[in-house]
Design a protein around this ligand. Structure first.
Ligand SMILES: [Zn+2]
Length: 404
């Protein structure tokens, strides 16, 4: 069973892209020997793995993933990434996994276009630990799914969040968490869950959200001069952030909220000797970010809180986009007719992606990338596979391909 689970993770770890590609490599004697001698597992045929992953209850592999993550917390590896040295930042977001033009399984979500075309699809709601240095690690997954048989309303992200919160609390009961979430989340249900679990939160506040209690109180705070300003240079641009905040807003007399706003102006840096013409003088770009939180902001902490809130984007960039575009083929249909298979392949991908992030952030790989301006992660990974095929795991000698 260990070999099978590892074989599924291995498919994503070395970014083979398809089961067939890995099966082809598996025909090479030294490749298989490397798996056994160097990596410590026997690599099964991918058809065998697929058969098992279609039957394995998805909770089991999900549990393995959460135990791996718990180990990281126990070893205190991630302590430096905490917000205000206290809270682990956990971003919440949903992503589409696969879609079909026919029913794939009894749990598919459906949507019907204006022309009456029905699409069947699967969505997962993710809780991922995000850090300032770019890590995005999977803590828990909740599938947004319909029940078998009849139902009145389809499952949705908000309902799935309540289930996800339960899983998170159950598996990481004492972890000090700060939830980062988008504009779908500032509402009573989420505040209540977070208070109950003793979690902090920083949630994007869209203009019309909480209009019955909060928005009215903010008008004056928005007109006041900023309470803190922060200037820094990033990628050739001056970033000027002006912070305003208002503390102690009592929403529905029950939830003790704070609000903050970051007005950001990005201006391209003009070198002193650079001629000013239309090409080099770009208009400054302006952005406005607003949040509600239950961490009381002060002039000292507001910059950290705002940078923390912005890390929510990591779950889309480092998380989902990397998995969809970064050779992981998240949307590739690894298990066509089985919901369990789909879930288990997805979890295998999450585990592999987490391991690879640590490898890609390691000093060895970072040095390799610096050696050549054109060196890429993809090339290093391809070299690794080539090494497994052409270098003997027994004595390090070169294996010359035999003419077939
Ligand atoms: Zn389905």
């Amino acid at each position: 069973m260990e070999d099978v689970a590892m074989g599924g993770i291995f498919l994503f770890l070395l970014k083979f892209g398809s089961r067939n590609n890995l099966n082809n490599k598996r025909r090479e004697e030294s490749f298989v020997a490397h798996c056994e001698r160097t990596l410590g597992f026997r690599l099964p045929h991918q058809d065998t793995i697929a058969k098992v992953l279609r039957k394995l209850p998805p909770e089991q592999l999900e549990k393995v993933k959460m135990e791996l993550m718990s180990d990281l917390f126990n070893q205190k590896c991630l302590r430096n990434s905490r917000l205000l040295n206290k809270y682990y930042m956990v971003a919440i977001d949903a992503t589409g996994i696969v879609s079909y033009d026919h029913p794939h399984c009894p749990h598919c979500l459906t949507k019907t276009s204006k022309k009456g075309v029905v699409t069947y699809y699967h969505y997962a709601l993710e809780a991922k630990l995000v850090t300032h240095d770019g890590l995005c690690l999977p803590l828990a997954t909740e599938w947004i799914e319909n029940p078998e048989g009849d139902y009145v309303k389809q499952d949705c992200e908000r309902k799935a969040f309540l289930r996800l919160a339960k899983t998170l609390k159950k598996n990481f009961p004492r972890l000090p968490i700060c939830i980062l979430a988008d504009g779908l989340y500032p509402y009573e249900g989420v505040f209540e869950v977070c208070e109950k679990n003793e979690w902090k939160y920083i949630i994007v506040l869209p203009e019309k959200a909480l209009s019955d209690g909060v928005q009215g109180e903010l008008g004056e705070a928005k007109r006041r001069p900023p309470k803190r300003e922060h200037l820094c240079m990033k990628n050739d641009k001056w970033i000027d952030s002006k912070y305003r905040f208002k503390t102690d807003i009592f929403y529905h007399k029950k939830y003790h909220l704070h609000w903050f706003q970051c007005l950001e102006t990005r201006t391209k840096y003009q070198k002193p000797n650079e001629k000013k013409d239309k090409k080099t003088t770009e208009k400054p770009e302006e952005f406005c970010f607003e949040y509600v939180t239950n961490i009381e902001p002060t002039a000292d902490t507001i910059h950290a809180l705002s940078s923390g809130g912005r890390l929510r984007w990591k779950i889309e960039n480092e998380g989902f986009n990397a998995q969809k575009c970064g050779d992981y083929e998240l949307e590739h249909k690894y298990s066509r007719n089985s919901y369990e298979g789909l879930q288990n392949y997805y979890t295998s991908l999450q585990i592999a992606h987490a391991i690879n992030q640590f490898v890609e952030h390691s000093s060895v790989v970072v040095e390799m990338l610096k050696e050549h301006s054109k060196e890429t992660i993809r090339n290093i990974w391809q070299n690794l596979v080539a090494y497994m095929i052409f270098v003997s795991p027994y004595d390090g000698s070169l294996i010359t391909p035999q003419p077939s």
